[in-house]
Design a protein around this ligand. Sequence first.
Ligand code: B4P
Length: 189
Amino acid sequence: MRTGEVLILMGPPGAGKGTQAERLAASRCLTKLSTGDMLRDHVQRETELGLKARAIMDRGDLVSDDLIVAMVRSELETQEPVRVLLDGFPRTTPQAEALDTLLAEFNSEVSAAIALDVVEDVLVQRLLGRAEQEGRSDDNEETIRKRMHVYNEKTAPLLRYYQVRCCLSVIDGVGSMDEVFDRISEVLP
Ligand code: B4P
């Protein structure tokens, strides 16, 4: 029988998911699963998946649900019990439904969903700042605006999905990284 903890971190591009995921995973001894990081790793290694994903990511679209769910499944299968922090997954309603099915197979369920809330102008400034420092190929203004649009269309409806399941907390993501971390920690059981 598996037990565990499954936290979901959601928010638009630049909201601070990756930043807070590192800290939360460390503080709660969870394995961090970032679908964005996994995809970038595939792109760098030029795997079959990486070759498919690269152009999609560079134009700010979402990689297909089937590929993403298969990637997450293979990671969850290595977990006993499932103790994970999901960063950037799920991003669509079919991904959220697939996650529920997957976790049920492992006698587990979502423990809490955290959504970081940040206004668009601040998001764009953060991502342009990261572009200067890290040069990520999807951090240019045109692609950033596209990613925001895709977030509003495909991912924002998931807030309602988790709200009706009683496990959503919306957190103000504006402030220092420490302040945001403290706000998240306060709402977690
Ligand atoms: P991700 O890697 O998830 O990229 P992201 O949404 O831009 O968020 P990220 O975690 O990198 O940025 P963060 O907000 O932490 O996805 C990239 C692409 O992969 C997607 O566009 C899609 O194509 C694909 N993909 C990933 N998952 C997928 C899925 N499930 N389904 C389909 N496709 C998928 O931080 C951004 C910047 O803000 C950083 O520079 C950081 O230092 C800064 N920052 C953070 N917190 C701050 C704060 N409090 N104050 C000031 N700056 C802050």
